[in-house]
Design a binder for this molecule. Structure first.
Ligand code: ZN
Length: 316
């Protein structure tokens, strides 16, 4: 039995579209006023979370994954499969697309593909997302991109806090200004940028676009994934199951009072996005609050959460 959760220290990434919400809303110490991404639970080499407690304190999640695979139920993948981020889109993100596993493996040095999903933690009143496109064939996709006909090509959808979006690889997408999101994704850092609003950085240069690769992987026809969140009310908690597929299962737990759970997966990723409370297991207790991120290892078993808090939980 593995009785100790792995608490993780997040890694911050500066982005031209970033802001200060990760400090203002989450209380994190951020490196600058353009902090766009918090890699909350990451074993990806571009931003490794470190373990904060227990016998693995100071080691990276990747080291623990590589050398103590039994903590993850000897999960069948070579690399840690998931990555949890909190994103502060203070400005529009570039319009982008990600490849699937096969394409990424072949063209990006064995990287995983990137299917992702978003839980909207907070957003401006009139916030929206770029989510999919309006055309129907590969030829039209090429035509629209080559002519830069973004108004006609890109589909925009209005959003509000609490919304959830499933974004399979091949979906053209972008977070827009004024959006704070928790993202659960395959552990990959491969993004093909389609359109960056012709922005320039401090040095006056534009970020690179990846049009050929993007046009190869964009789905010819955009269809919203048929996901219907399921809600289950139990003593002390409302559990929403947002999505369940080959890549990940993602839940929201609204804890109010005291609730009992069982960790019977290979392992479980937990992020607290609102409130505070306690994680109890036997005689061990941990105070947890908005901004806490941890992994419950293999055979962690039954545990209790108390308090008033909102968590996003996932497992592969
Ligand atoms: Zn993306």
């Amino acid at each position: 039995m593995n009785d100790t959760p792995l608490f993780l220290k997040p890694v911050f990434q500066e982005r031209i579209w970033g802001g200060t919400a990760l400090r203002d809303s989450f209380g994190y110490e951020i490196p600058s006023e353009i902090t766009g991404e918090c890699w909350a639970i990451s074993a990806h080499p571009n931003g490794l979370s470190l373990i904060e407690n227990g016998e693995f304190q100071g080691k990276s999640l990747k080291e623990v994954w590589d050398n103590h695979h039994e903590l993850f139920g000897n999960y069948k993948r070579e690399k840690f499969p998931l990555l949890t981020k909190v994103l502060d889109a203070n400005e529009d993100l570039s319009v982008q697309v990600h490849p699937n596993d096969d394409y990424a493996n072949e063209h990006e040095n064995g990287e995983y593909g990137k299917t992702e999903c978003w839980y909207i933690i907070d957003c401006d009143q009139d916030a929206e997302l770029v989510f999919g496109h309006h055309v129907k064939t590969k030829e039209e996709v090429r035509e629209m991109i080559q002519s830069g006909n973004w108004e006609r090509f890109l589909r925009k959808v209005p959003i509000k806090p609490g919304d959830f979006f499933y974004v399979p690889s091949g979906t053209v997408h972008a977070l827009c200004k004024g959006t704070l999101v928790l993202e659960t994704q395959q552990s990959s850092d491969t993004t093909y940028r389609v359109y960056d609003y012709d922005r320039v950085d401090d040095q006056g240069s534009k970020r690179e676009l990846h049009l050929e690769k993007a046009m190869s992987v964009i789905n010819a026809l955009h269809v919203d994934a048929n996901i219907a969140p399921k809600l289950e009310n139990r003593e002390g908690v409302a559990v929403t199951t947002f999505v369940q597929n080959d890549f990940f299962t993602v839940y929201k737990w609204d804890v109010n009072g005291e609730a009992t759970f069982t960790q019977n997966q290979s392992f479980m990723l937990v992020s607290i996005i609102d409130g505070e409370g306690t994680l109890l297991k036997g005689s061990e207790g941990y105070t947890v609050r908005k901004g806490s991120n941890f992994i419950l290892p293999y055979r962690y078993g039954e545990f209790i959460l108390t308090g008033n808090m909102k968590l996003i939980v996932s497992h592969p």
